[in-house]
Design a binder for this molecule. Structure first.
Ligand code: URA
Length: 190
């Protein structure tokens, strides 16, 4: 990935495109790589990644079951928020990932991913505290998906009370997995 579509290419060590099985039912989308991710070229390998691994483990999943990526593929300097023009420049990569993998469920980790994915799907974003833990059926870039926003795992590191909320949201997510007649119906959530 030799992308130079935004200025983040000037400061990155490595792009972090994402990883996971190309037939994953579940895709997780974070915000942007941090320091460790930038060094290794892999998503969620730092402290936030440890929280994410534990959350996945709590519902019987491991990283090898899911596709993990970010809205922005290169690290913003000093972990600042990605800028709108950086998100816009990077979005074609996420779009292609969704078109190719065709996940059934997309978990948006944090407000940047949530807002971006909702807007791309034509849904109104009312903020993470109102949208988290609620599955929404959507058509995203021509793919029928369930969007499931939750808090960013890093939020649990500086706000310990968020950890329990994330755990509850992941339990609800588990209820959506498995599909078919064994899984709970989406209607159970409305
Ligand atoms: N935070 C993110 O949003 N993505 C990563 O890959 C790591 C930390």
């Amino acid at each position: 990935m030799a992308c130079r579509k935004c200025s983040l290419h000037l400061s990155r060590k490595n792009p972090v495109p994402g990883e996971g099985p190309l037939d994953a039912e579940l895709m997780l989308v974070g915000e942007a790589p941090g320091r460790n991710e930038d060094l290794q070229g892999r998503p969620f390998v730092g402290q936030a990644g440890k929280v994410l691994n534990a959350l996945l483990g709590s519902i019987g999943l491991s990283r090898s079951n899911v596709y993990i990526t970010n809205v922005v593929k290169c690290r913003p300097p000093n972990n600042r928020d990605p800028r709108p023009e950086e998100i816009r420049a990077c979005l074609p990569f996420l779009r292609r990932q969704v078109e190719l993998i065709r996940p059934r469920i997309i978990v948006a980790l944090g407000r940047h991913a949530g807002k971006t994915l909702y807007e791309e799907a034509g849904l109104r974003w009312r903020g993470i505290s109102r949208e988290h833990g609620r599955p929404r059926e959507a058509v995203l870039w021509g793919v029928r998906v369930v969007l499931f926003p939750t808090y960013h795992p890093a939020a649990a590191l500086y706000k310990p009370e968020i950890r329990g909320v994330l755990e509850e949201d992941f339990k609800r997510l588990a209820g959506l997995l498995g599909g078919g007649s064994r899984g709970r119906s989406l209607l159970d959530y409305f």
